[in-house]
Design a protein around this ligand. Sequence first.
Ligand SMILES: Nc1ncnc2c1ncn2[C@@H]1O[C@H](COP(=O)(O)OP(=O)(O)OP(=O)(O)O)[C@@H](O)[C@H]1O
Length: 313
Amino acid sequence: MDALLAVRARGITKAFGDVVALDGVDLDVTHSQIHGLVGPNGAGKTTLLGLLLGLAVADSGSLDVLGTSVGRTLDAPDGVAGFVDGPGLYPSLTARQNLAALAALRGDDARTTVIDDALAQVGLTDVADERVRGFSLGMRQRLGLAAALLTKPRLLVLDEPSNGLDPAGKKHVHGVLTRLAADGTSVVLSSHRMDDVEALCSDVTLLATGRVVFSGPLSKLAAEEQELDYRVRTSDAPAARQLATETAGIRLVEDAGVRHDAQVLVVRALAPALDVLVVRLVQAGIAVRELSPLVSPLEAAFLALTEPAEAGR
Ligand SMILES: Nc1ncnc2c1ncn2[C@@H]1O[C@H](COP(=O)(O)OP(=O)(O)OP(=O)(O)O)[C@@H](O)[C@H]1O
């Protein structure tokens, strides 16, 4: 057992019949950390989160949550809250009534001030007395988060918390999670999107077909040396194209799957070769009006690490 870790999983396996959902998964989540679980569909993210919430038990391996070994009985470990596959809510009750009912069921503090505070934290004060039946996916997600907050968790486990959130909603929820982590709550959340994870998480675990293909700080993932495809818009596309073909380490990508624009080249390169190209363009009197990677370095690392595992399925 490791008191410094909110979650310590070693060699976790879980199968559903012939389907191996988790295959020897290790996971370390330190206290006050927001840890992202990322991976393609079917990678095992929800299954792993379900184990942390005590919704299922692993077939083998060891799992310590908040310093306590999780046994073989189905039970939410003390101090853990969250949801997988969307929050469980009562559609015919209002948001406020949902929280009151859930708090009463769990024996949590159901005082109006506590419930109002949870609703305010997730930005649902204005719709507190509306029935959940009419709520959008994003509003349900926020209410699910409010329900988890009522328990004052030390570990919050969220499956795709940004699902269905508009940009303002996402920013709001990100703010809530960041403040919680700053106040000592550990958070493990899943996402399909590296940009979400980048905005929120310090550490990330990439899963592909039930296996960990990367786990560690985001900065380490992004720093992996990799070639990226860049859009380059210049003042003279034909001349830029010519220079690109003459520059070592630069490859023109003709079919980059982007909208055709005669003024834009797509080149594949490592950063040092791209630097050389930019300098040569400027020296030749060609202005560089736009230079950006087609996918972010994190997204590219995600694809590079998960696509081989997917292909081997
Ligand atoms: N209750 C279940 N019964 C049978 N198979 C299951 C069950 N739960 C998960 N699986 C299978 O286990 C694998 C992992 O599923 P899981 O839902 O954990 O992946 P995921 O990474 O959360 O995927 P997604 O991003 O699509 O939500 C998949 O092949 C899935 O079909």
